[in-house]
Design a protein around this ligand. Structure first.
Ligand SMILES: Cc1ncc(COP(=O)(O)O)c(C=O)c1O
Length: 390
């Protein structure tokens, strides 16, 4: 099947968070939400669901949802799991919150590596836990490395009981190596820290980098890990609210389910359907959308470095997000930078400091859109920055 990712589809009259957040004259290039249509098998299944006309409670017993997850983990992530290791959750943000409730006590520490997707911090703080950070080190060449002494010290603190790992990393685009992940697992194992491996960006990996799903590292990794999966990014079905966690360790699963039972979120009928079809019938779409996005990333990196003075971009190893270093622009603060891009350039991007203080005067640009829309955004930034310097 061929896909036309160049097609521009008007989302402004849908209830889209991405498209309604800013005024109409601002091009939204922020939240991790694509402007591509979902794969045809997903749309066909949803059309049938809608046409049936009855939208009652979905059946909850282990079935196609779990089988789809098992299949995806085996074929794409290269590890085996069983139905009893799989649990539905409406979203990964919910799963992160449930993990905090399940694996930590009030007042304990939840470890994160900043800059990182902002809910990694808020799920700890909102649940009365401390968020402690192991800041990634900006190597200055697009690479962000781990401060191991600090990581070990934070793990060794008896109050640290959970580590939220963004694998691959949003917003830096890092793909952690097997050696790095094994070292994290060893240190967490030594100090009794559970790892939540958020793998939502795993399909968007480029240039020889290989995504390593945590359970593939062996028994030790499986004994302490919770893996978060969601087809939402790859297949553009985030609004359907259906994700999963995979937990091999029965004791960790028992604790997770006890926390989950407190809110008993229930399953989402169309969400479970779209998830199941996406994880079983749409592998060709994954490669097609990944290749298109890789083209967009390479194009944007070249454009920015050649034509937008003061902004530096590096080809990320993963995600469809570009982490722009704007410290070369003549703006003093993040607020000034954000305001300039929205009010003058008319391009809406995520504010770098919302990912942690290491993101000060960075911006996150989402390139998962038709090339023509990306070009328009880049040209707007180029014009505004050019006028700033004139
Ligand atoms: C690393 C990461 N985790 C989770 C999410 C959100 O997932 P969900 O919509 O399932 O809460 C995002 C969205 O951008 C993300 O980047």
């Amino acid at each position: 099947m061929t896909y036309d990712f160049d097609e521009v589809i008007d989302r402004s009259r849908t209830n889209s968070a991405k498209w309604l957040h800013y005024d109409q004259d601002v091009l939204p290039m922020w939240v991790a939400d694509c402007d591509f249509v979902s794969p045809e098998p997903v749309r066909r299944a949803l059309r049938r669901y809608v046409e049936h006309g009855i939208y009652g409670y979905p059946y909850k017993a282990e079935g196609s949802f779990e089988q789809a997850t098992i299949r995806w983990c085996h074929d794409r992530l290269r590890f085996d799991c069983q139905a009893r290791d799989v649990e539905f959750v409406p979203s990964l943000t919910t799963a992160l919150s449930l993990a905090v409730l399940a694996f930590t006590q009030p007042g304990e520490n939840v470890l994160i590596q900043t800059p990182v997707y902002p809910p990694f911090k808020s799920v700890a703080v909102n649940n009365g836990r401390h968020s402690v950070t192991n800041p990634l080190i900006n190597e200055g060449d697009g690479n962000w490395s781990i401060d191991w002494l600090d990581f070990e010290a934070k793990c060794a603190d008896p109050k640290t009981t959970l580590f939220l790992l963004c694998n691959p990393q949003n917003p830096t685009g890092r793909v952690f190596t097997a050696e790095e992940l094994e070292r994290m697992v060893d240190l967490c194992h030594e100090h009794g820290v559970v790892i939540f491996s958020d793998e939502v960006h795993a399909d968007f990996v480029y240039g020889g980098a290989v995504h390593i799903s945590l359970p593939t590292l062996g028994e030790k990794a499986r004994s302490l890990s919770v893996v978060g999966l969601n087809p939402s990014k790859t297949f553009n079905i985030a609004g359907l609210r259906a994700a999963s966690v995979v937990i091999h360790n029965p004791e960790l699963m028992r604790r997770y389910r006890r926390a989950s039972a407190r809110v008993d979120a229930g399953r989402n009928g169309p969400g479970v359907l779209a998830y199941t079809v996406a994880f079983t019938q749409c592998d060709d779409y994954v490669e097609a959308v990944r290749a298109y996005v890789e083209g967009n990333l390479r194009y944007a990196v070249r454009f920015i470095n050649e034509r937008i003075e003061g902004v530096t971009a590096y080809m990320p190893q993963a995600t469809y997000l570009l982490w722009l270093d704007c410290r070369g622009l003549p703006v003093e603060t993040q607020e000034e930078l954000d305001d300039f891009m929205v009010s003058v350039a008319k391009v809406g991007m995520n504010s770098g400091s919302s990912f942690g203080e290491e993101g000060d005067r960075f911006l996150r640009l989402n390139v998962a859109c038709p090339r023509s829309v990306l070009t328009e955004a880049l040209e707007r930034i180029e014009r505004a920055v050019g006028a700033l310097k004139a």
